[in-house]
Structure formats: structure tokens, C-alpha cells
Design a protein around this ligand. Structure first.
Ligand code: ADP
Ligand code: GN1
Ligand code: MG
Length: 379
């Protein structure tokens, strides 16, 4: 008998498990294929192919990350409430609700998720076909349209009743709290990694005063608390493969009350970089102001008069803050031993942190120009 390599056996075992989990959901037809899918840092995502009366249909199956989201019930209530709301809205304007928002596939017993015998939680969605989740911006027009879609998305949620949403991750974009967690990880230095990140640690400390600026404006009521997505990176929006128009905002796990500056800033953080989030060669990492202008133009067009003047004035700083915060989160996770973000090698989080801080520096240099762009496209 040919020897079975351990890795292959392990993969096969995992796929057997996926098949048995898939069997719990109300998919139509026979499962033909299941494979890992996408580039998310948090959940384990699989694409499933089912055959029904000779026709193939794909679905997304996800194992949710329970250490990131300890309260899966609240998380799934949020996802169901938001997708129900969006589905109605899309229907009212004659859109295609199976394409323009996520559609949950329930379990055979009608639940929104399934808990397996190990306590892991799974959910499923219709696969939104003929779309692309970009890892880097293809061109300015596509990014402008992404900005418009995020603007429309936030404006559309303005009428959603925030009181039905639970706070799935407490203090998610509370940068002051992120700083406290960073200091705790640094003090503990569990893995003895602080010495290898001295420059990055100094970078965070030097900019400590950034941490309170947005959260304090929210607390003082100077900018509104809204229902926001909170994780608006480019691969969380699906773009039509033919028309290159934004189709659907996905990854709704972190929908919670927050600031519009978080959503704008996080999209800029990821999309305006000239390199990947984990590029090792920092000479390739720069902030593309042309892309920033395109995104800002689209976003302000999409959100229309729903944005306040104070928010608009702070769009550029919001971009710096979200990039600083994300870098600080990668650094904290590096110091803590990589417990949060998925990593492929031991310095992965440190490498990611470095790209973020390079972007922060470049944005700081261009702050005035960025502010000018926001006022240029004011409605
Ligand atoms: P994570 O929280 O790990 O980022 P996501 O929900 O963003 O998980 O899913 C990971 C990736 O899977 C996305 O970036 C996208 O490429 C793909 N994906 C997720 N849901 C769908 C869907 N309904 N249709 C098509 N692709 C999807
Ligand atoms: C995570 O889930 P994903 O990969 O879309 C993270 C974001 C970070 C991002 C950095 C729930 O996003 O907050 O900005 O990685 N999501 C969560 O790439 O922590
Ligand atoms: Mg995602």
C-alpha cells in the first residue's frame, strides 16, 4: 500500500469534517467539492460546490473564530438583522438581494448557525458568483466605486435601529483601549519579542496622543455615533468581474455602533497602499494620494449629505488613526505570541505592523493635501 503523507491525511480528515458539517445545512443537491477559500485573517472559509438536477451551485461555509468572537449568538443575531434590513431595502429599489447582500443558508433545523460536537460554530451563505474580492486596488476607477459603495452602505444604515445590535467585540476601535492592551502585552513580553520590535514600540509611544482624538469627539457628541461596518478593507467588498462595479459589502461580523471615520479610514489604510499588508520590502510601501483622491470622491458622493462637516474635516486624520491602530494591533499580537490574527511565519505580525507604520509616516507627510482633497469634494 502506498504510504499516505501525514499532511495529506490531515487535509483529508479536515475535508471529511467539512462534509459532515455541510450536511447539517439546508443546501440543495449533492456535495461535489469543498475547498478552503479567500484571504480573511479571522474565520476559516470554504467554498462548497453542490450539484442539483445537473446544475452546479456554490456556497460559502465558515467556521467562525470563537476566540475573536466569544458571543456567536449575538454575532449571528447582528448579521441576520442587518442582512434582513438590507434585503428589504434592496427589494424596495428593485435590486437583486441575493447579489447585493449576504444571504444566510439556515441549518436543516432552521437555525442561523450550527454548533458541532467540539463546540465550534459554523454558518453558510449563498456564494456571490462572478465577483472579485481584490487584495490590492486594480485601478482608481474601481477604487472610486468602492468608496461610493461604502458611502452608500453607511448612509443606508442610518435608518437601522442600532439598539438591536449587540457589541460583538467590546471597544473594537477604541484606540485608547488598544493602547492599554499594547502596553500590557509589552510589559508581559511573553515571548521575549520586545527587543526585536524596539523601533516599532517607540513609534507607537511617540504618537500616543492620536489615540483619544476620535473617541473623545464621539464622547463629546462632536461627531455622531452611527451603525458602522468597522472592517472595510478591500477584500470585504465584492466587485462584479465584468463591470468592475462594487456589488456587495461582506464580512458583516463587526457591524456595531461606531464612527464613519473608522470605515473611511480602514478602507484607505488598505486600499491606498502601493504594496500588500505584509510586504517585507518597505521600499515598496507608499501611500498613493491619487487613489486617496479617487476613494474620497466616491465616498463623499455615496454618503451625500449624511456626513457632517466635522466628520469630513477629520477624514484624513481618521485614515492615519486607523492605520496607526491596525499597526498597533499587529504589534500587540506579535508581542502576545500571535493569538489573534492568522499568521504564516513567526514575524508575520511584525512585518504587517511595519507596513502600517510606513503608511502612517507617508500620510503624515501628506496630511495637508489629504485635507484639501476632502474639502474639494464636499457637497
Ligand atoms: P474573514 O473575517 O476571515 O475575513 P470573510 O467573511 O471576509 O472572512 O470571508 C473571507 C473571504 O471569502 C472574503 O474576502 C471573500 O473573498 C470570500 N467570501 C466571503 N463570503 C462570500 C460570498 N458570500 N460570496 C463569495 N465570496 C465570499
Ligand atoms: C481582520 O477579518 P478580516 O481579515 O477582514 C480584522 C480587522 C483588521 C484586518 C487587518 C474582526 O479583518 O479588524 O483591520 O484583519 N478583523 C477583526 O487586515 O479583527
Ligand atoms: Mg474579511
Amino acid at each position: 500500500m502506498a504510504p499516505v503523507c501525514r499532511r495529506t491525511a490531515c487535509k483529508r480528515g479536515k475535508m471529511e469534517k467539512i462534509k459532515s458539517i455541510a450536511d447539517e445545512f439546508a443546501f440543495r443537491g449533492t456535495l461535489k467539492k469543498a475547498e478552503p477559500y479567500g484571504d480573511g485573517h479571522i474565520n476559516d472559509t470554504y467554498a462548497l460546490v453542490y450539484e442539483n438536477h445537473g446544475e452546479q451551485k456554490r456556497y460559502i461555509l465558515q467556521k467562525m473564530n470563537k476566540s475573536v468572537f466569544p458571543d456567536i449568538k449575538t454575532l449571528m443575531n447582528n448579521v441576520a438583522a442587518v442582512t434582513d434590513f438590507l434585503r428589504k431595502r434592496i427589494g424596495e429599489r428593485g435590486g437583486n438581494s441575493e447579489r447585493e447582500t449576504l444571504t444566510l443558508i439556515r441549518t436543516k433545523t432552521g437555525e442561523s448557525y450550527f454548533t458541532d460536537k467540539d463546540g465550534e460554530c459554523w454558518r453558510a451563505f449563498l456564494f456571490i458568483e462572478n465577483t472579485i474580492a481584490y487584495q490590492t486596488v486594480e485601478n482608481a476607477e474601481v477604487f472610486e466605486d468602492t468608496g461610493r459603495a461604502f458611502g452608500v452602505f453607511i448612509a443606508g444604515l442610518a435608518d437601522f435601529d442600532a439598539s438591536v445590535l449587540g457589541e460583538v467585540i467590546k471597544k473594537f476601535h477604541d484606540t485608547k483601549d488598544r493602547y492599554v492592551k499594547f502596553v500590557a502585552a509589552l510589559d508581559a513580553d511573553k515571548k521575549g519579542r520586545a527587543a526585536s520590535a524596539a523601533e516599532e514600540i517607540a513609534f507607537v509611544k511617540k504618537r500616543k496622543d492620536y489615540c483619544g482624538r476620535v473617541i473623545d469627539m464621539l464622547e463629546r457628541g462632536e461627531i455622531p455615533l452611527r451603525v458602522t461596518h468597522n472592517d472595510t478593507k478591500l477584500n470585504n467588498i465584492l466587485v462584479d468581474a465584468d463591470t468592475k462595479k462594487a456589488v456587495c459589502v461582506i464580512d458583516l461580523d463587526t457591524i456595531m455602533p461606531g464612527s464613519l471615520l473608522y470605515d473611511f479610514g480602514d478602507a484607505v489604510r488598505f486600499g491606498c497602499s502601493t504594496a500588500a499588508e505584509d510586504e517585507k520590502d518597505l521600499s515598496k510601501v507608499d501611500f498613493d494620494i491619487t487613489l486617496y483622491e479617487a476613494f474620497t470622491k466616491g465616498f463623499l458622493d455615496g454618503i451625500g449629505d449624511r456626513i457632517t462637516e466635522k466628520e469630513r474635516e477629520n477624514l484624513a486624520f481618521g485614515s492615519i488613526l486607523m492605520t496607526y491602530e491596525c499597526g498597533m494591533r499587529f504589534l500587540t499580537d506579535y508581542l502576545d505570541g500571535d493569538n489573534y490574527f492568522k499568521t504564516k511565519y513567526p514575524e508575520h505580525n511584525l512585518v504587517r505592523c511595519r507596513t502600517q507604520f510606513r503608511l502612517v509616516e507617508r500620510m503624515e507627510e501628506k496630511l495637508e493635501e489629504m485635507n484639501h482633497i476632502a474639502s474639494k469634494y464636499a457637497k
